[in-house]
Design a protein around this ligand. Sequence first.
Ligand code: COA
Length: 260
Amino acid sequence: MDLHNTAYEVKEGVALLTVNRPDKLNALNRATLEEIGLALDEAELDGSVGALVVTGSGDKAFIAGADIGEIAELDAGAGRRFALFGQNLFRRIETFPKPVIGAINGFALGGGCELAMACHMRLASETAQFGQPEINLGIIPGYGGTQRLSRLVGRGIALEILLSGDRIPAQRAYEIGLVNAVVPKEELVTRALALGARLASKAPLAARYILEAVQAGVEMPMEEGCYLEATLFALSCASEDMKEGTKAFLEKRKPSFRGR
Ligand code: COA
């Protein structure tokens, strides 16, 4: 892959994608969004990758938002295309068939907070700050922020964050359920990779079905969600991993899953 705004490497079954424009606080311009798409393609197709960690380079920022220089040029038509492009990419992260962990190492503002929310889970460094400051620019979030924030933290707190544009520190983000854990800055990526490795060691097909059941099911009425769950449960019963997992338990040994 020919990457300029991101870095991508695989470490022990976990792909690490780093948004890499530290001089612009890793702001998401169009080229960076396209590279994230390429990295997702790579991580999805690579059978040796069982989980993905997304972080930002440098000391200060995870991602300080969409690129305001590009936003400044938008009119209504271009604005709609801009939002749909980012929304589709972030929906790809949300529906990614392998666990995606956001390692939030600093400012996660605007599109950065939206990208973090599209990840399946989030670890934040003690110095991370979250916010949707679009209102201060006279716009609204366009990469799913108005939808995912209220689903994650509830309507009242989401509206406070969206309407004030204020930044909230990592500890508060943890208290409202925006992040799964807060960890010391120097341990963040190691801890995220270790979590990724642990998740990657689980049965890959079952992981995929859990992700699908939760991500699709959360938008469905309970009855349809349970129908989906039963269908995916049936598929998991047809897998070699199910035979191996149950046999290993009965034989009192560790299972060896193959994702089939
Ligand atoms: N888009 C484009 N460039 C951005 C950016 C963004 N979202 N966020 C930061 N940058 C750039 C700055 O313009 C600056 O570039 P320069 O050195 O060429 O002037 C560089 O990154 C460093 O940012 P700076 O503002 O000098 O850092 P700071 O530590 O003083 O402030 C922030 C950090 C995050 C508070 C501030 O950069 C900020 O408010 N950024 C915008 C956040 C935002 O509104 N995001 C939502 C966009 S929809």
